[in-house]
Design a protein around this ligand. Structure first.
Ligand code: SF4
Length: 92
């Protein structure tokens, strides 16, 4: 199963309160930005032109990869969504 197939059987109940929050200034000084390549949901986008990291939590699959790969601990918050919110996987 690939990521696109996972999204086909996935639903989200989006919490307006993001469960992951970045300090964008930490990302500016990062020389790796592994989150942009490793997040399966592509929640992270780095703009070279603006020198800015954008994070959108809506499609987060709660895999924890970004927490592991961020060697600068850019998170001011990293938790799982509150109960009843976040991703729901349906097994086929
Ligand atoms: Fe992406 Fe996984 Fe981090 Fe969610 S937990 S933002 S899916 S890497």
């Amino acid at each position: 199963i690939n990521v696109d197939e996972i999204f086909d059987v996935t639903s989200f109940n989006i919490d307006r309160e993001p469960h992951i929050v970045l300090d964008p200034q930490v990302c500016v000084g990062c020389d790796q930005r592994g989150c942009t390549n490793s997040c399966p949901a592509r929640c992270y986008t780095w703009s070279e032109e603006d020198q800015k990291m954008t994070f959108v939590h809506d499609g987060c699959l709660e895999c924890g990869t970004c927490y592991v790969v961020c060697h600068r601990n850019a998170f001011t918050r990293w938790t799982y969504p509150r109960g009843g919110f976040g991703v729901s996987f349906r097994m086929t």
